[in-house]
Design a protein around this ligand. Structure first.
Ligand SMILES: Nc1ncnc2c1ncn2[C@@H]1O[C@H](COP(=O)(O)OP(=O)(O)OP(=O)(O)O)[C@@H](O)[C@H]1O
Length: 331
């Protein structure tokens, strides 16, 4: 069945076109909490697909089921046409996983960890050595490969985790919050590696993230989960274009005034989804041309001076606010 995941999107047999096909997944934890309430989505071969959602939305639960670590109450998931719950062993050879916690042995070097991982997947001898060398280079670990991983920075550790997940040449890679907690520069570097992996071949990538910018830059398509339901999915451009109204950015002169400005805007008709970032207050409005004078007048009545007002292109933040109802906390 391995050929199934390499079939191009839109091939005659839809089961073959999808690298991942999820239908009606439901998961209720002991105690009765329904973490997944029937979710459906497809990921085409070669796509980067991002799952977004607030804390507790069900992202990790979805990842655990798809990576065979947990079983759904009902519903199906097929990877390259192989049913995840029926043939978990076969699925494991098709997928690579980078969990939130590293699985590397802290006492071993990066290279030793990669060799061990390769052996677990049945590689040995020259083939294993060549694969390890290749991966060390691919993820930019050359300088650190022969050092003990205990001393690795968060970013280097992540690179090793990614390299370990790729040893057996999986068709589908799952990354659960691959850049959470990393410095912005390291995050950008990891994004570059992930983008490179996807561009280099037939690798399909499913990732969860709290960084909307990450999803916007990396993902061909995104899906937003909220309270166990998939509330929307599409390409970042489709989702942004599908928003009604305009986004406006008001720059207040005094950063202390940003919070009060937010509360003032929230009270106005035609204004919604108000967020603050430093001196910038962002909101969605129905008809910017009509709304901007009202916004400025309302701020002026409370003595708040605006340095500038601009109409902005909607961002994935606006999409997120529209569907998940609150601003993403990880930024
Ligand atoms: N083992 C468990 N037992 C009981 N409830 C659980 C368990 N794991 C998760 N939950 C609950 O299920 C819901 C979904 O959790 P999940 O970890 O899938 O969310 P998430 O979207 O990954 O959140 P985060 O972004 O915080 O990782 C949450 O309400 C969580 O408290």
């Amino acid at each position: 069945m391995a050929h199934a995941v390499t079939a191009p999107p839109g091939a005659a047999d839809p089961e073959r076109a999808a690298a991942l096909r999820v239908r009606g997944l439901v998961k209720t934890y002991p105690g009765g909490h329904r973490a997944l309430d029937g979710i459906d989505f497809d990921v085409a071969a070669g796509e980067v697909f991002a799952l977004l959602g607030p804390n507790g939305a069900g992202k990790s639960t979805t990842m655990k089921i798809l990576t065979t670590l947990s079983r759904p109450d009902s519903g199906t998931a097929t990877i390259g046409g192989v049913e995840v719950t029926r043939r978990p062993q076969d699925v494991r050879s098709l997928i690579g996983c980078v969990a939130q916690r590293s699985g590397a042995d802290p006492a071993g070097t990066g290279r030793e960890n990669l060799v061990l991982q390769g052996r677990l997947y049945g590689l040995s001898g020259r083939a294993l050595g060549d694969r390890v060398d290749e991966l060390v280079e691919t993820v930019g670990l050359t300088e650190f490969a022969d050092r003990v991983t205990r001393g690795y920075s968060g970013g280097t550790q992540r690179k090793l985790d990614i390299a370990m997940s790729l040893v057996h040449r999986p068709r589908l890679l799952f990354l659960d919050e691959p850049t959470t907690g990393l410095d912005p520069e390291i995050r950008a570097e990891i994004w570059q590696h992930i983008a490179g992996l996807s561009a280099a071949g037939a690798l399909t990538i499913v990732l969860t993230t709290h960084y909307l910018e990450e999803a916007d830059r990396l993902a061909d398509r995104v899906a937003i989960l909220d309270q166990g339901r998939l509330v929307t999915q599409g390409t970042p451009a489709e989702l942004k274009d599908g928003l009604d109204g305009d986004a406006i950015l008001v720059e207040v002169v005094d950063p202390e005034a940003a919070g009060p400005a937010r509360r003032i805007l929230e009270r106005l008709d035609r204004v919604r989804g108000v967020t603050v970032d430093g001196c910038t207050v962002r909101a969605r409005v129905d008809g910017a041309a009509m709304a901007i004078p009202d916004v400025l007048a309302a701020l002026g009545r409370d003595g708040i001076a605006a340095a500038s007002v601009a109409v902005a292109r909607p961002s994935l933040d606006d999409v997120y606010l529209r569907y998940a109802g609150r601003k993403e906390g990880g930024r």
